[in-house]
Design a binder for this molecule. Sequence first.
Ligand code: MRU
Length: 340
Amino acid sequence: MVEQTLLPAQHEQLLVRTVPEMVDAIYRLAVRGAPAIGVAAAFGVLLGIQDQADLERNAFLNHTNAVCDELATARPTAVNLFWALNRMRTRMERDAAANADVADLIAGLFEEAHGIYDSDRATCRRMGEIGAELILDGQSLLTHCNAGALATAGMGTALAPMYVAAEQGKTIHVFADETRPLLQGARITAWELMQANIDVTLITDSTAARVMQEGKVDAVFVGSDRIAANGDVCNKIGTYGVALSAKAHDIPFYVVAPLSTIDPTLADGSLIPIEERPETEITEGFGRRTAPDGVATYTPAFDVTPAGLVTGLITEVGLLEAPNAESIRDALARGAQETA
Ligand code: MRU
């Protein structure tokens, strides 16, 4: 995988060999972004089981479940992690119920992980095509954090409509919020968009409201880490403020996320577990102390934007305008039908 903590100064590959190494890579944000975390977890399962063909069948089932449990501890918020592990477990249980032997169980898990990878690529493309219809030639967009190719196995979520719009020959401009404290916007989004020759301007997070007030933003596109059943959207800390500013300036606020990011088990966003990161990420980010020793800190990595602030949710089954519990239920049902 690309070692994302080193971007943009160094573009290096990280070789992940074991389950603990995968947990560490996800925790450190070497691989990050909700869909990418899901794909990484599925491949993490393969790392844990690929050499276990000699185990007796029940021992193999227990071992695989333990591997999934270990991977599930990596980060708490992005539901794609648990969704992918669930798919892996479900596949194993289905094959086991059909009396598969251990070699076949392993083959099934390999197929499932590659299926998750392939479908994420296709899903990103589809969301890009749907979202690009909302982007007009000459428009200026704003995004927060990184929801691009590096956050998925494909072309991204929130950045996918921008990539497709550019492919269609539309000239667009993007404001990339730097995204404190780990600077995914500065280090990754700005870098990704520059690689794709899309006109990007880096701004501090606190400049977002200012450029909206100046009339420089036509629409906001962000990704998500978990969407509750009522349409509340959890995304990188700072997204809620961006949504409030967009509302105040009558600017459409679009969320681009695959159905795998929807958590129908949580009635609303207040139930979403919010990761808190080490305080050193805000007191001495990137190795330089910028706060007094002993200062109290509060470090949530995500926030929740109420569904009422979301103009539209772009998924692989279509655009849900002003998403709510009903339209989300319908979209999930359509998605389940399409994959059946
Ligand atoms: O902490 P991170 O970098 O994993 O947070 C990522 C985000 O918040 C993204 O906006 C989100 O995962 C959207 S996914 C394409």
